[in-house]
Design a protein around this ligand. Sequence first.
Ligand code: ADP
Ligand code: DP6
Ligand code: CO
Length: 329
Amino acid sequence: MTKAAVRAHTNIALIKYWGKADETLFLPMNSSLSLTLDGLYTDTFVEISDTFTEDQFYLNDVLQSPEETAKISRFLDLFRNKAGITHFIQVKSINHVPTAAGLASSASAFAALAGAMNRATGLNMDLETLSTYARRGSGSATRSLFGGFVEWQKGTSSEDSMAVPVDDASWDIGMVIIAVNKSAKKISSRIGMKQTVETSPFYPAWVASAEEDLLAIKKAIKARDFEKVGQITEHSAMKMHGSMLGAETPIIYFEPDSIKAIHAVRALREQGILCYVTMDAGPNVKVLCRLSEAGKIKEMLREYFSEEQLLISGPGQGIRPLTAQEAAE
Ligand code: ADP
Ligand code: DP6
Ligand code: CO
């Protein structure tokens, strides 16, 4: 097969990945755990042909710059080398998620591209092995190959730093996403985490507590203890942002409306509705909640945010090929 089209969903980390031990291989300082989301995804089409004279990368129908294309080419090389292919490749990707806004576009992007290349080259690696390839595009992409709750085990080498499914999340859990600001952030995740690792005195404490939180949340997921899962999730996100505030110069992804959202969620909790916030490298806030209560929570958040800013998402599936009809649309 020289053509393939694959859909991957984004994932939101409950225990965050923040910091690399190896920047070339994308080995993380700590293991992480996420929930794959149904509502936000990327569709990626690849074509390998000996008629192409260069790699081409289109994002949302726009031909990308030589710099953006070079990043993609380096990622494609991992597959070309493994498959013994030298041909150029055309990549066309459509984000059904805001790009670079802290809603994990890099996760669905590289999971979809890895999935499409796995098929187009005929390598057909299993998903755990493929996750070690997705990781080299963006760390968070490691986890998007699988649905539900997924752990990215930091491992000891490039071969075993991989994703492992933890639980299919087929219970009452989901998220309300508060899109505070959908525009691209000024500091990418990559730069933000590097600056934190290199300059924040709080960083070692972040790594130590992430490992503890991971063990605790896996136990809570297994017990389907929603309250515990939520408490650990909110605490992990705040600790990650705390480590950023200690960086020189401090990294602040919060915007005034992010703080407003955090307080709104606290107010909901005071009214007895169990829901918890998490935030990534961007101003947008995700509210972990019972999926059965998401509609009610969204309505209550309408006091502060517009309809367009609020999106409900349930747990999502892992990567899958697009059907011929979907690919044609
Ligand atoms: P996010 O919070 O959206 O994950 P990041 O800073 O981690 O933000 O990553 C954003 C970068 O990911 C973009 O600048 C682009 O280089 C890359 N990216 C996003 N979407 C795609 C896509 N569909 N295909 C390839 N690369 C993508
Ligand atoms: C805060 O995976 O986007 O969303 O590996 O440099 O591409 P790179 O960074 P990326 O970082 C994600 C950081 C995070 C937390 C998480 O998703 O675990
Ligand atoms: Co990202």
